[in-house]
Ligand binder design. Structure first.
Ligand SMILES: CC(C)(COP(=O)(O)OP(=O)(O)OC[C@H]1O[C@@H](n2cnc3c(N)ncnc32)[C@H](O)[C@@H]1OP(=O)(O)O)[C@@H](O)C(=O)NCCC(=O)NCCSC(=O)CCC(=O)O
Ligand SMILES: O=C(O)C1=N[C@H](C(=O)O)CCC1
Ligand SMILES: [Mg+2]
Length: 315
C-alpha cells in the first residue's frame, strides 16, 4: 500500500529562485482530496520582503513517504511529519536529504540566502534593525516551525526540525536532538540524541551523554534505547540498549569493547567475556568500569530500571 501525505505551506524563495524553507502548519497523512484550496491564513501571508531579498509564496505538496525527497518543499514536509509526530523516526524516507536541502542563514527576521547575506544585513541596519543569526545550516530549529504539545525544550537551538519528541519529554540545555531521531514516551534528555537514534518511554539520557551516530565517523549500526534505561552523565553508547539498562556515569561502551560478564564462569572457572555488540538489545544490564581492575563489566540487574521524577515531565 502506498503511504502518502499532503499539506499547504509557505515557502521562502530567494532572488535566484532557490527555495530556502517551507513551513507547513497542518500536514496530513494520506491522499489529498480531489478538490482543495489554500487556507486564507497562508494566502494572506504571501509577500515580497525587499530587505531580505526573498518572496514568501503558498505551496501545495503531496508526497509518497517511501520515495526519497525530491525537492526542498518535499523534504520539509517529511521533517514536519516527524516533528508533528505523524510518523516516528525511520517512518519516512529521507535518503539524500542533505543533497536536497538548501544551506540557509537562519535569522531573527527569517531565512536568508547565504549568497549576498552581508547586503541583507546592511539593508536591515539602514532601517535601524539588528539581525540575530541563529545559525548557518541546512536544518532550522524545530520550534520555529513546530511546537509539539507536552514537551519542554530549555534551549531552542538544540533541537533540529525533524526531531520527534513525545509528550512528557524534557530537553535540558545540554540535550540535543537531531532530525529523524527522538523519544517515544516520557523522557529526560540532557545528552545528545544523534540522527536516527530512538529513546524508549521512561528512559533518561544523562548530562553530556553521547549516543554514537551513523552520518559520519564510520558507524553503521543505528542505536536505540529501550524503556526505563539510563545513560549516566558523560557516558557514551555505541550499541543499542534494551529495557531497564544502565550505563555508568563516565563510561563509553563502544561496540567492540570486550566485556566481563560478571557472575559467569566457563567450565574451567575462568571469567566469561563477550563483545559489547553481542549484548546489543538485551534487557536489564548494568555496564560499569570496574574501578579496581579497569575491566568493562556487564552486571545482570533484576527488576525495573530507573524511575523518572514525574514532576519534571508534567509539561
Ligand atoms: C553505575 C551506577 C549505576 C552504580 O550505582 P548503583 O546504585 O547501582 O550501585 P551502588 O550502590 O553505587 O554500588 C553497588 C556495589 O557496586 C560497587 N560499585 C559501584 N560502582 C562500581 C564500579 N565502577 N566498580 C566497582 N564497583 C562498583 C559499589 O561499591 C557497591 O559495592 P558493595 O556492594 O561492595 O558496597 C552509578 O554509579 C552511576 O553511574 N549512576 C549514573 C547516574 C547518572 O549519571 N545519572 C544522570 C544524571 S544527569 C545529571 O546529573 C546532570 C549532570 C550534568 O549535567 O553533567
Ligand atoms: O527540568 C528540569 O528543570 C531539570 N532539572 C534538573 C536539574 O536542574 O538538576 C535536571 C533534570 C531536569
Ligand atoms: Mg543558545
Amino acid at each position: 500500500m502506498t503511504r502518502t501525505a499532503h499539506a499547504y505551506g509557505l515557502a521562502t524563495i530567494d532572488a535566484t529562485g532557490t527555495v530556502l524553507d517551507t513551513w507547513y502548519p497542518s500536514p496530513v497523512l494520506g491522499e489529498a482530496p480531489d478538490k482543495h484550496r489554500a487556507p486564507e491564513q497562508l494566502k494572506a501571508a504571501e509577500r515580497h520582503d525587499d530587505l531580505r531579498g526573498v518572496s514568501v509564496e503558498v505551496v501545495f505538496k503531496a508526497i509518497d513517504l517511501d520515495e526519497a525527497p525530491a525537492d526542498v518543499p518535499d523534504a520539509y514536509l517529511r521533517l514536519h511529519l516527524l516533528s508533528h509526530r505523524l510518523v516516528q523516526p525511520h517512518g519516512v524516507n529521507l535518503d539524500g536529504v542533505f543533497g536536497v536541502l538548501t544551506n540557509v542563514v537562519w535569522t531573527s527576521e527569517g531565512p536568508c540566502a547565504v549568497e549576498g547575506f552581508e547586503a541583507v544585513r546592511a539593508r536591515m541596519r539602514a532601517f535601524g534593525r539588528h539581525l540575530t543569526v541563529f545559525g548557518v545550516d541546512k536544518f532550522p530549529r524545530m520550534v520555529d516551525y513546530v511546537v509539539p504539545s507536552g514537551v519542554r525544550i530549555a534551549d531552542a537551538d538544540r533541537v533540529r526540525l525533524g526531531a520527534h519528541l513525545a509528550p512528557g519529554t524534557t530537553i535540558m540545555h545540554e540535550g540535543f536532538v537531531n532530525f529523524n531521531a527522538g523519544t517515544l514516551g516520557v523522557s529526560m534528555v540532557e545528552g545528545r540524541i544523534s540522527a536516527g537514534v530512538v529513546v524508549g518511554n521512561g528512559s533518561d539520557v544523562g548530562g553530556g551523554a553521547s549516543i554514537m551516530g551513523t552520518l559520519s565517523g564510520g558507524g553503521k549500526h543505528v542505536i536505540s534505547l529501550g524503556e526505563r534505561s539510563l545513560l549516566g552523565a558523560n557516558s557514551g553508547l555505541g550499541i543499542p540498549l534494551g529495557d531497564d539498562c544502565i550505563v555508568e556515569a563516565g563510561l563509553y561502551v563502544t561496540a567492540g569493547s570486550k566485556v566481563v560478564l560478571v557472575g559467569q564462569t566457563d567450565d574451567d572457572g575462568n571469567p566469561v567475556t563477550a563483545k559489547a555488540r553481542d549484548l546489543a538489545g538485551q534487557n536489564g544490564i548494568l555496564f560499569r568500569r570496574n574501578s579496581l581492575t579497569g575491566a568493562l563489566e556487564a552486571v545482570q540487574r533484576q527488576g525495573k530500571g530507573i524511575e523518572l521524577n514525574a514532576a519534571l515531565h508534567t509539561n
